[in-house]
Design a protein around this ligand. Structure first.
Ligand code: TYM
Length: 329
């Protein structure tokens, strides 16, 4: 199978990204042909500081390698280094129904929080994401639950292009795990919202790349629910349920077993254990990241190699697309 999944460069990688997506990518790279772009063009849909964006892109590559992606086993690259993404995105935009783009949850939500006017890129973002995927004849896309709607849109685009111009694209499958397996890690402050890089309140997220004090503080300060029972019930106890999922995913212990151990003990000891678990779980990632920070030339070199490989895989499809839509060769 060919697998592709992307991550935006801006903001620190949090446990939602890591447990919901990146950790699964790491397992997949040994079994499948994998492509993992850092999607810097997507980041431009909201205002960015150019210097900071370049730094964030390199930083995200380091976080990915520190998380276990092995550039010898997968193709790690920067989206904007492969210009075919933008070319295909434009062509897909010309067949993308405006109504569907306007209904996308992410567009509606980001549109609401943005201070000044929303740009056209925020609206057409799903066409760029569809191009990332379709360009490589991807079989499956491992993502968190928040990206499922974009994946549906990608499949719609593939079907529409194929029925208009003839069979060209594969229809990719979304690989989403269950919520207990991390498909949707919630905010530590407001457990009804997903943990998000763009949340203005940094206390809502926790990252394996932050220093231990930070990790401890955010976990100890996490919102819990009324009562003091440690019980998994996302509807009645969303805060505690989210912490139980985090614990189980990092420790490998079942939720039922954690509930049993903490029966009648209240929230504080549970949170303390979770905080220490998160610190020790993320220590190897932080250590690896520190090492990589000293090897920028190596990172630049592997990104060049990744882009060359990605381009060679993209070329046959973009050639076929050009021919199908009637562009002069
Ligand atoms: P991004 O950068 O927001 O997130 C990267 C991955 O992390 C997952 N994720 C979560 N999973 C569980 N719980 C959470 N709280 C949580 N927050 C984020 C996301 O689902 C994602 O898998 N549009 C995409 C990037 C993208 C892409 C692609 C993905 C661009 N092109 C092609 C797949 C294929 C995004 O903004 O992800």
């Amino acid at each position: 199978m060919r697998i592709l999944s992307g991550i935006q460069p801006t903001g620190i990688m949090h446990l939602g990204n890591y447990l919901g997506a990146v950790r699964r990518w790491k397992d997949m790279q040994t079994k499948h042909e994998c492509l993992f772009p850092v999607v810097d063009l997507h980041a431009l849909t909201v205002p960015q500081n150019p210097k900071e964006l370049r730094k964030a892109t390199l930083n995200k590559v380091m976080e990915l390698i520190a998380s276990g992606l092995d550039p010898e086993r997968c193709t790690l690259f920067v989206q904007s280094h492969v210009k075919e993404h933008t070319e295909l995105a434009w062509i897909l935009q010309t067949i993308a129904p405006l109504g569907e783009l306007e209904r996308m949850t992410q567009y509606k939500e980001k549109g609401k929080t943005q201070k000044s006017g929303v740009n056209a890129g925020l609206l057409t973002y799903p066409a760029l994401m569809a191009s990332d995927i379709l360009l490589y004849q991807t079989d499956a896309v491992p993502v968190g639950k928040d990206q499922v709607q974009h994946l549906e849109f990608t499949r719609t685009m593939a079907r529409k292009f194929n029925s208009t111009f003839g069979q060209t694209f594969k229809e990719p499958a979304a690989l989403v795990s269950s919520e207990k397996e991390g498909a949707k890690i919630m905010s530590l402050v407001d457990p009804k919202k997903k943990m998000s890089k763009s949340d203005p309140n940094p206390k809502g997220r926790v990252s394996p790349f932050e220093d231990p004090e930070h990790i401890r503080r955010n976990i100890m300060g996490a919102t819990t629910d009324a009562g003091k029972e440690i019980r998994y019930s996302p509807a009645k106890k969303p805060g505690v349920s989210n912490l139980l999922v985090l614990h189980s995913l990092m420790s490998g212990e079942s939720i039922a077993s954690i509930e049993k151990r903490f029966k009648g003990k209240g929230y504080a000891p549970f949170k303390r254990e979770l905080a220490e678990l998160a610190v020790s779980f993320s220590e190897p990632l932080r250590k690896k990241k520190r090492e990589l920070e000293r090897r920028e030339a190596y990172i630049q070199e592997l990104l060049k190699r990744g882009a060359r490989k990605a381009r060679s895989l993209a070329e046959p499809t973009i050639e076929e697309v050009r021919e199908r839509v009637g562009l002069l060769s």
